[in-house]
Ligand binder design. Structure first.
Ligand code: URA
Ligand code: SF4
Length: 197
């Protein structure tokens, strides 16, 4: 369902009842997304991990805490952005969702994008980037450059879970986030950025 009567609450209710892909069998809680709408900035991750599945909220584990610090560096938090995932149910053992699972869940994400109506979408990591920009794109090639989804600007960047494993890549992600801030007209003070993450 989409259109004038749609709402994030309705999406969340339908997600909670969804059995459209095999991930429904393993979940404790669905994780529809969190934040405000409309919002100029929307972030899209991959899928819930253990802690997100336990709480029903996106990005609440270690990667989520890093994401919150990254957002704080551009003066954003969950009261002024929307955070969603490609799949709303936790893949077993945190494996990457299959293309079939991502496509089964994609109508929910499409509705969330329409409802949040962001100017800028940041795709976090390969799974979200491939869903939004096309299955053949490579995150290492497209990150840091502006892309388009209709009238929306898309900035692919590395996933915070990857940054936890390879903190040297934070410098590149900070470059990407500075581009996002500039596009959204968010002024940044000196001395912010990845050193504080
Ligand atoms: N990683 C994701 O991609 N999404 C979450 O919600 C948490 C970790
Ligand atoms: Fe439905 Fe998405 Fe959960 Fe699969 S991951 S069961 S499509 S809500």
């Amino acid at each position: 369902m989409a259109g004038a009567m749609d709402s994030l609450e309705l999406v969340a209710r339908e997600v909670a009842a969804c059995t459209a892909c095999p991930l429904s069998a393993h979940r404790t809680h669905t994780v529809p997304g969190e934040g405000t709408a409309p919002a100029s900035l929307m972030l899209i991750g991959e899928g819930p991990g253990r802690q997100e599945d336990a709480e029903g909220r996106p990005f609440v584990g270690a990667a989520g805490q890093l994401l919150d610090r990254m957002l704080a560096a551009i003066h954003r938090d969950r009261t002024n952005v929307y955070i969603a995932n490609v799949v709303k149910c936790r893949p077993p053992d945190n494996r990457t969702p299959s293309d079939d699972e991502a496509l089964a869940c994609a109508p929910f994400l499409s509705r969330q994008i329409a409802l949040v109506d962001p100017d800028v979408i940041v795709t976090l990591g390969a799974t979200a980037t491939r869903l939004i920009l096309g299955a053949d794109v490579r995150i290492t090639r497209v990150r840091g450059q502006w892309h388009a989804l209709g009238e929306r600007a898309v900035m692919p960047t590395f996933h915070p879970a990857f940054l936890l494993r390879d903190p040297r890549q934070k410098r590149l992600v900070w470059e990407d986030l500075q581009k996002v801030a500039a596009r959204l007209g968010i002024p940044l003070a000196e001395g912010q950025g990845e050193r504080g993450w």
